[in-house]
Design a protein. Structure first.
Length: 223
């Protein structure tokens, strides 16, 4: 998990993973109060917003606030915060993987003109004075209904859920959202985990050596 965060520290719109802890009580514990120790139950995704930086590219779009861009994936609608878009040969606005952006009307966003592209803060895309469509921005309450799909995409855990439009979210043209995974923090934590593993490995080796010596000493005493 930490290595994946480090690898995606420069991936636009990436949301880092963190671990959820609870307390473990051994079944044979009979002390009062029983001794406990932390245990990792499951990872969770941190959906906090990354920093926005200006690129000047009219096809770079960022979301300031909650929500996700809706795109047409291979087997249904996917969601992403990565707004580094491309213009396909047929005029379709797509992601880097070629997934077409969805509009509020439920169709793919296709541009027919050749002039400059303007994207308003509500996601309305205009070219040559004509409206081509409005980007579909979807929100998920608490984002608990989203799971990672791969390549910086998310999919709803319940495909029947119709996500609402987020309130107060602004679409920023010419900007990109950076990853919210702190490279330094993730690297330091990764090194700490490696050091703990080495320490436990040495402890196991020491225990095995003590058992070996105990067996040999007992054998000598009994001979």
């Amino acid at each position: 998990m930490l290595a994946n965060n480090v690898a995606n520290a420069t991936t636009g719109g990436y949301k880092c993973d963190r671990e959820f802890y609870s307390l473990y009580v051994a079944p044979e514990a009979d002390s009062s109060p029983p001794s406990t120790m932390p245990v990792i139950e499951q990872p969770w995704t941190d959906f906090s917003q990354g920093l926005l930086h200006t690129t000047g590219n009219p096809l770079d779009v960022a979301l300031s606030g909650k929500g996700f861009f809706a795109v047409q994936g291979p087997s249904g609608t996917l969601y992403t915060r990565d707004g580094s878009f491309r213009l396909a040969k047929d005029g379709t606005l797509t992601t880097a993987e070629g997934y077409a952006l969805r509009t509020t009307a439920g169709s793919n966003l296709t541009l027919a003109g050749s002039g400059p592209i303007q994207i308003a803060d509500d996601g309305t895309v205009t070219q040559d004075g004509a409206v081509s469509g409005q980007l579909q921005i979807a929100d998920f309450t608490g984002t608990v209904g989203l799971i990672k799909h791969g390549n910086n995409y998310f999919q709803p855990s319940d495909p029947t859920v119709v996500p609402p439009v987020p309130a107060g979210t602004s679409v920023e043209q010419g900007q990109l959202e950076a990853s919210n995974a702190g490279a330094s923090e993730s690297a330091v934590r990764l090194i700490s985990v490696m050091r703990q593993f080495e320490m436990l490995q040495k402890a196991v080796s020491l225990g095995a050596e003590m058992n070996r010596q105990a067996v040999e000493q007992v054998a000598k005493v009994g001979s």
